[in-house]
Design a protein around this ligand. Structure first.
Ligand code: OGA
Ligand code: MN
Length: 288
């Protein structure tokens, strides 16, 4: 029987029905899931009561997993393939490092030379209302630009900073983050290595275009983000416990809305599939 899928929004996303990740998955079934991933950009699998090992094992079928060396504070101490996105306090009672993770429009690991192919986020504990994640289809965003704008951005590179919107980041941590992750320039238009389609590659971690001043860059960055996040390009995910959401980082971007009561528990765990090399250390960063 063909894989049953249900679209999540007009722009992107599909729910995969009748798949139980706690049971063995044949090669041909996985092939259909991967095809759906390429076609829809986002996949949702509900009601997946799986262990950490099963999450990792399923994720490996998409490709080699990142061990999160660029984000060492957020990975699980025993499972480096698992990145914690959690507001649960640390064992010593200190607030979680990752409680604001993802609260800027971004594509995972865009600030590294090996941006992610895709991520698989498991909703372990989710608040009863809110804590949503929003996704944008960057193929559609690119396609909708005028020929003039496509020409203007064709050869631009955006400088991606590892900066996080994180009120709680200590000066030491910020320093460590900057040393681990010097700013990286990525093409603003990326060709998806598997579908061959062009997608906009931009986000709120882009501080300037390479070879341009901040002043010159910011209006165009703002425009491209505003354009890409028009409602018709979006899917907004409302989490339920045991949801797994899988996204293609090469043709979508996403944001954690933080629209929930922070006194309630929200705990998610992510695996990150490694992509192909992209970008270069930003020339400005080399000069200084
Ligand atoms: C992530 C991320 C968003 C969220 O895990 O990469 O951006 O809503 N998470 O937790
Ligand atoms: Mn993210």
């Amino acid at each position: 029987m063909a894989l049953a899928v249900r679209p999540l929004s007009y722009a992107l996303g599909a729910e995969v029905l009748d798949v139980d990740l706690s049971r063995p998955l044949t090669e041909s079934r996985f092939g259909e899931i991967y095809r759906a991933f390429l076609d829809h950009g986002i996949l949702l699998l509900r009601g997946q009561k799986i262990s950490r090992e099963q999450h990792i094992e399923f994720s490996r079928r998409f490709g080699e997993l990142d061990r999160h060396d660029s984000l060492p504070r957020d990975r699980h101490p025993e499972y480096p393939e698992l990145l914690m996105v959690s507001n649960l306090p640390q064992p010593d009672g200190a607030p979680s490092n990752s409680r604001y993770t993802g609260q800027l429009w971004h594509s995972d690991l865009s600030f590294t030379l090996m941006p992610s192919l895709g991520s698989l986020l498991r909703g372990v504990e989710v608040p009863p209302v809110g804590g949503d994640t929003m996704f944008a289809n960057m193929y559609l965003a690119y396609d909708a630009l005028s020929a003039g704008m496509k020409g203007l951005i064709a050869d631009l590179h955006g400088v991606h900073s590892p900066e996080r919107k994180n009120a709680g980041m200590s000066p030491e941590w910020e320093k460590e983050n900057r040393l681990l992750n010097p700013p990286v320039a990525q093409p603003v238009v990326r060709v998806h290595p598997e579908t061959g389609r062009k997608a906009l590659y931009i986000g709120e971690k882009v501080k300037a275009f390479e070879g341009m001043t901040d002043e010159e860059s910011v209006p165009l960055i703002d425009y491209l983000i505003r354009h890409s996040t028009r409602p018709q390009f979006l899917y907004r995910h409302q989490w339920r416990p045991d949801d797994i959401v899988i996204w293609d980082n090469r043709c979508t971007m996403h944001v954690a809305l933080g629209d929930y009561d922070p006194t309630l528990r929200r705990h998610m765990e992510r695996t990150t599939v490694m992509g192909t090399p992209s970008g270069h250390v930003a020339s400005d960063a080399v000069a200084h």
